[in-house]
Structures are given as structure tokens and as C-alpha cells.
Ligand binder design. Structure first.
Ligand SMILES: C[S@@+](CC[C@H](N)C(=O)[O-])C[C@H]1O[C@@H](n2cnc3c(N)ncnc32)[C@H](O)[C@@H]1O
Length: 333
């Protein structure tokens, strides 16, 4: 077993330094399991990267050889660009010396960063000091404007842990083919044109986690309207390579995707809150050509029948995360 596999736990809450709203860390065992039953993955692409915990978890576990990330949000994309660059040390130092005060929060919230390093720092600062990690205009500071709560603005900013995780991740930069700030459609084109993918586009594995159908405007700075969700579905039909899609489990998503032979519903509970009363949906839909293929080839096995709700706990009981890591890394080149 390689050192990176030993170190990796899919359950580690610090897989990503970002506490991303709607983050999909809990899907990692399921996705790792699908990959382990399919072919090796030279490139795993996440065009709606957000906190990128799925890509990072799979990369560290040796389940995929390389990753590529993109996100339309300038703060988020700048964060990942910097982490996987020579400037990661500078960012880690900025995190170590950050002043976590309400005045600073207000100043950074208003700022319009013009450089990547500034945007990267503002991203992690606001993500770790704002309510539920939300970066959009509506989110206030943890502890409120009066800081009278038992949780204060600095309670999620463990600077040593964050800085060391940034440095640890930066060591993986040679396995990060690109990080871009762009619309997902541009990422489709970029992957097609990347020299790395020539002659092996069919081996690329895409992981799509688009903004939710519902309530996304309360969580993200970029979202889809109805046309955006429809357009994405149309473009997905023409994707080259394998793909996994996750969406919030709501009627519109089921309407769009439940007819797909790779459709499954997954039990998942989120920690992110919209506000003190409203909770995000606790189930997710997952659609994948790999699930469809496994159903065709092997019958059901561990893959639930169409429409059945899949318990992630069941998956972890069947195959522990370390065992999955081993299986992936044994097969990795
Ligand atoms: C559901 S979140 C992704 C969460 C991520 N999978 C995680 O585990 O943290 C959706 C992301 O899509 C990004 N986004 C929204 N519209 C986009 C677009 N047109 N192209 C690329 N990214 C977009 C948002 O900025 C947000 O980060």
C-alpha cells in the first residue's frame, strides 16, 4: 500500500480545506467503488469543482491518476489554482497570519480582488468565517454581526490545520492537469483539446455536480436557471468519456434523469444549512454511464435497481474506504 493510501481516509473532514455548501465528500466511497469496478482513470475532470473533495479524495487514494478542476466562481477557481501552484506556500503563510476579526470580514466581503493570490486568500477566509461556508452576498459572518453567539467568527478557522493541508495538497500539483475559472462548456472544449487526452478521451471520467435545482441562489455566486439545467442535460448527451452526475433529489431532477439506465437515488445528509429553520434535501440522485454498464453486465449485485434508494452506509459496510483505496491503488499505474 502506498503512503498516500495509508494517509487517506475518505471520512477526513479536512479532505478539502473549504467547507463547501453542498460538498460531496460523502459520495467518495460510492464513486471510488464505481471506479474500482470499471476501467483505470487517467484523468478525472470536475467542471463544477466547488470544494473539490471528490477529486482530491480519489486522487490521494490512488483511485484516479490525474485530475482537472474548473469552476465559474473566480474566488473558488483562484483558490485551487493557487493551492496547486508554486504560490501555495505564500497562501499558507497568509492563512497562518490572518486576522480573524469582524472588521476584516467586512472589508474582505466588500473587496474585488484583482489577483489570483488575493482571491485565493479571500476565498478561504470568507469560506471559513461565513455562515455554512457560503460565499455569496447574502451570507453573514459566523456568530452574526453582533458576535453574541457561542460560535464566534474564528471558530472554523484552524489556521495551522488549514495551512498544513494547503501545503500537503500542493505536493500533488504534478497530477493536476489544469485548474481554470470558466463555464463548464469551456471545460468540455478544453479537455478535448488537451494534449494529455489525445487518443484517450474515452478514458476520461467526468464528475458533474451542477448547482442545485432548488435553493442554489442562496448558496453559490453562480447558479443555473431552468434553461441552464436543460442545456446541461442536452450537452451531457454528447459527452465523450465516462461520466457521473449528482443532483439534489427533487422532482425536476427526477423528471430529467429517472429514465436514464444509470439512474440511482442515494441517501445523504448534509450539514450545510440555508438558515436556522430550513434544511437541504438529504438525498441525492446519482446518474452514471458506469452504473448503466454494470447493470447491463453484472445484474444488480451491489448496484441498486432502478429508482431504489441506495444507502451509503451499506456501501461502506460492503467495502471499507481503506479496502477501496487498496483496490484502486493496486490497479493504478
Ligand atoms: C454543487 S456546487 C459543487 C460542489 C462540489 N462538488 C463539492 O463537493 O464541493 C456547484 C458549483 O458549480 C459552480 N458553477 C455554477 N455555475 C457554473 C457554470 N456555468 N460553470 C461552471 N461552474 C459553475 C458554482 O460556483 C459551485 O461551486
Amino acid at each position: 500500500m502506498s503512503a498516500s493510501v495509508k494517509k487517506n481516509r475518505f471520512t477526513n473532514p479536512y479532505i478539502s480545506p473549504l467547507r463547501y455548501p453542498g460538498g460531496k465528500r460523502k459520495l467518495i466511497p460510492l464513486i471510488a467503488d464505481l471506479i474500482s469496478r470499471s476501467q483505470p482513470v487517467p484523468l478525472f475532470v470536475e467542471p463544477f469543482a466547488g470544494g473539490a473533495s471528490v477529486s482530491i479524495g480519489l486522487l490521494e487514494a490512488g483511485c484516479v491518476e490525474n485530475i482537472a478542476l474548473s469552476d465559474k466562481d473566480f474566488l473558488v477557481a483562484s483558490f485551487w489554482k493557487t493551492v496547486f501552484s508554486a504560490r501555495a506556500t505564500e497562501l499558507a503563510e497568509m492563512v497562518l497570519s490572518a486576522e480573524i476579526t469582524l472588521d476584516n470580514w467586512k472589508m474582505i466581503k466588500r473587496a474585488q480582488p484583482s489577483t489570483e493570490i488575493e482571491a485565493a486568500f479571500n476565498c478561504i477566509f470568507l469560506n471559513r468565517t461565513s455562515f455554512s461556508g457560503i460565499l455569496n452576498d447574502q451570507a453573514g459572518p459566523i456568530g452574526g454581526q453582533k458576535q453574541q453567539s457561542e460560535y464566534t467568527i474564528d471558530c472554523r478557522f484552524n489556521r495551522e490545520k488549514l495551512a498544513s493541508r494547503i501545503l500537503e495538497l500542493s505536493e500533488l500539483q504534478e497530477r493536476v492537469v489544469f485548474v481554470e475559472c470558466q463555464d463548464y462548456a469551456q471545460t468540455f472544449d478544453q479537455v478535448r483539446q488537451t494534449a494529455f487526452c489525445q487518443d484517450r478521451l474515452d478514458q476520461v471520467l467526468w464528475y458533474f455536480d451542477p448547482p442545485f435545482f432548488e435553493k442554489a441562489d442562496k448558496l453559490y455566486r453562480h447558479t443555473f436557471n431552468d434553461t441552464g439545467h436543460l442545456l446541461f442535460r442536452q450537452l451531457l448527451r454528447h459527452i465523450e468519456g465516462h461520466w457521473i452526475l449528482s443532483y439534489d433529489d427533487v422532482p425536476q431532477a427526477r423528471h430529467y434523469y429517472s429514465g436514464d439506465p444509470g439512474f440511482a437515488r442515494v441517501n445523504l445528509s448534509y450539514n450545510a444549512r440555508i438558515d436556522s429553520n430550513e434544511r437541504l434535501s438529504s438525498s441525492e440522485i446519482v446518474v452514471s454511464d458506469i452504473i448503466a454498464e454494470l447493470r447491463r453486465r453484472q445484474g444488480q449485485g451491489c448496484i441498486p435497481a432502478m429508482g431504489e434508494v441506495l444507502s451509503l452506509k451499506g456501501f461502506q459496510e460492503t467495502i471499507s474506504d481503506n479496502a477501496l483505496s487498496e483496490r484502486c491503488s493496486e490497479r493504478a499505474v
